[in-house]
Write a protein that binds this ligand. Structure first.
Ligand code: ADP
Length: 285
């Protein structure tokens, strides 16, 4: 069917033409061209000529959006404990609170101060890691069995009932830093206990050609389909209530990922059905 002859369509000028035809000082515009953010500058050279310079700023704009979101999340995370501390402190300062209630208020203040301290510590680690691999230190061969044994002992100390089964051969070594690996393995084991609903946790490692894979597996609810990548994003949580109650900031896995990538490794999560299996792959030493 042909279009009705009474309907006249005036197509919008091409964005580049718009910039070209700007008069006066050199035009400077941000346009959308084929789905990309483009900054355009035009210098008219007398009709119909113009020099039009295009800069693709898509990535810059995307990074700005990520930064804005990060700041807003960080502020939001800090606001709750700060508000709580301010409120309880004000009540205490006003006086007239009995000793037992005072103690309760003070422990809430203390707990919230701890949350702020943990969040700030995580933010500082992220800031240090951000795009600066050299701060990680030189990679050296690290025995994986020792790292896992230490992390499992620490986890059992914190959660005495935790059932952690370790199967890591003594000779397995990876290239990394001891501090970084301690943090990575501890974090994954702690998460497996915390979010795995006290189900048994297994830690296994195997060598595959020039790489070593370490898998931390629990039998809990696992990661729902579609969230496998998002859980490594900063501040992304599936269970915000439980995360906050246990002092989590939603930054744990983001830090783990940065630390692993800084030493040339990668990390991902698989469905263990039931449960989650976090796999870390690093260069074998
Ligand atoms: P948090 O600091 O909140 O513990 P993480 O970055 O360590 O944050 O984890 C992000 C989210 O991923 C958690 O809030 C939790 O919902 C989910 N998660 C992490 N590990 C597991 C696991 N083993 N089983 C189920 N969910 C998990």
């Amino acid at each position: 069917m042909s279009p009705s002859p009474t309907v006249k369509r005036r197509s919008a000028p091409h964005p580049v033409d718009r910039v070209r035809h700007e008069r006066g000082t050199a035009g400077r515009n941000e346009l959308e061209l084929s789905g990309r953010a483009v900054r355009a500058s035009a210098i008219p050279l007398g009709d119909p000529g113009a020099i039009v310079v295009l800069y693709d700023v898509t990535r810059m704009r995307a990074l700005e959006a990520v930064r804005r979101e990060f700041l807003s999340n960080a502020a939001h995370e800090l606001r709750t404990p700060v508000t709580s501390i301010a409120g309880y402190a004000e009540t205490l300062l006003a006086g007239g609170v009995d000793a037992e209630t005072s103690h309760e208020f003070l422990s809430t203040i203390h707990r919230n101060a701890g949350r702020i301290a943990a969040l700030v510590a995580d933010l500082l680690v992220l800031d240090t890691l951000e795009g600066r691999a050299e701060v990680i230190g030189t990679r050296a061969p690290i025995g994986l069995a020792q790292v896992v044994a230490d992390a499992a002992r620490t986890a059992r100390g914190v959660t005495p009932g935790a059932h952690i089964e370790v199967d890591v051969a003594d000779e397995l070594s990876v290239l990394g830093t001891r501090e970084g690996l301690d943090h990575i393995v501890q974090n994954l084991i702690d998460n497996a206990i915390k979010y795995g609903n006290d189900t048994p946790v297994t830690v296994r490692a195997q060598r595959i050609a020039q790489r070593v894979r370490l898998a931390v597996c629990d039998r809990g609810p696992g990661i729902p389909d579609g969230h496998e990548e998002r859980i490594f994003e900063r501040f992304y949580r599936l269970d915000a209530g439980r995360s906050r109650d246990s002092g989590g900031s939603g930054l744990g896995l983001a830090i783990v990922k940065s630390q692993i990538e800084a030493v040339g490794g990668r990390v991902w999560v698989e469905h263990a059905r039931p449960g989650a299996r976090f796999v870390v792959e690093l260069d074998a030493a």
